[in-house]
Design a protein around this ligand. Structure first.
Ligand code: NAP
Length: 277
């Protein structure tokens, strides 16, 4: 019988996950279908019970349900538990197991550009859900020095305080991060600044950026934020958020099927959908 997979969220109509996963099922000859399902906040518990009742093989969770879904699952992977959010569920013999592939997808994508990640001095700009997944996963993978800068500095401080892994972290204001920018090897931009429609904004000034630094922005629409463009013009290496999006999907696909898929193929599909790189 055809297997069923899904992504649940609200809004969900513009999700590119169905396109990416259905192409992979066809490419690898797997008899399965992946469906986007709009689930309102008040309907989440019923929706998860329903998915379990029909024995769905697996599903992704996106905004706004990544945290609220956790108590509705049978088991949570320790890293997802530490992050406090789940984006991927696997149905293992009737038990729904929650994982977080956002942070690991991000790190896996970054490793295509940068070697020796553990020894880099890292600055993460932002302290929201995406920053939390990336920060905890990098700390879990042994990156030794990661500072956090956020508009609301207290949120950066509380994120640093929550981290259960061994890492050296200073919580900074955005202006402190600007002043100290030259000391970082890797700068990760995780705020929504620069996204369509606010494409003319940057989270911090790049005045002190080293040209040997690497700058990664997790936004992929636009493909190159102003922050990333100005980093590139200053000579830094750069990466947009497409790798994170594709790799979180690839890791979910691997958990469901045992196959680590062709990520270049996935990237091309998303690029085409977004209107070309
Ligand atoms: P979130 O939890 O709402 O966090 C938003 C972050 O942006 C916070 O640090 C917030 O600072 C900061 N921010 C928002 N508006 C700001 C402003 N005007 N000035 C300065 N800082 C501002 O969101 P999220 O889930 O972490 O997502 C953040 C971004 O990552 C979004 O653009 C999202 O599309 C992108 N993302 C990409 C991927 C991918 O696969 N590539 C995955 C997840 C997310 P405060 O704490 O001060 O409010």
């Amino acid at each position: 019988m055809k297997k069923l997979y899904a992504v649940i969220g609200d809004p969900i109509a513009h999700s590119m996950s169905p396109l990416m996963h259905n192409d992979l099922f066809q490419f690898y000859g797997i008899d399965a279908h992946y469906q986007a399902l709009q689930v309102k906040e008040q309907a989440l518990a019923d929706a998860v019970r329903g998915l379990k009742a029909i024995n769905i093989s697996g599903f992704n969770i996106t905004i706004p349900h990544k945290v609220a879904v956790m108590p509705l699952l049978d088991e949570i992977d320790p890293l997802a538990q530490a992050i406090g959010a789940v984006n991927t569920v696997v149905n293992k013999e009737g038990n729904l197991i929650g994982y977080n592939t956002d942070g690991s997808g991000y790190v896996r994508g970054l490793q295509n550009y940068l070697a020796d990640l553990q020894d880099k001095k890292v600055l993460i700009i932002g302290a929201g859900g995406a920053a939390r997944a990336i920060y905890f996963t990098m700390a879990h993978e042994g990156v030794k020095h990661i500072d956090l800068a956020n508009r609301t500095a207290e949120k950066a401080a509380s994120l640093a305080h929550d981290c259960p892994y061994d890492v050296i972290t200073k919580a900074l204001t955005l202006s402190e991060a600007e002043d100290n920018l030259a000391s970082y090897d890797l700068i990760i931009q995780t705020t929504s600044i620069g996204m369509v429609p606010k494409t003319e904004c940057e989270p911090i000034s790049l005045h002190n950026l080293r040209e040997t630094a690497f700058v990664s922005d997790i936004i992929y629409n636009p493909f190159e934020t102003l922050f990333l463009k100005n980093s590139r013009l200053k000579g830094a290496g750069t990466q947009n958020g497409l790798d994170m999006f594709v790799l979180q999907g690839a890791l979910a696909f691997e958990k469901w099927t045992g196959i680590f898929p062709d990520t270049e193929r996935m990237k091309k599909i998303v690029e085409k959908q977004l209107g070309g790189a």
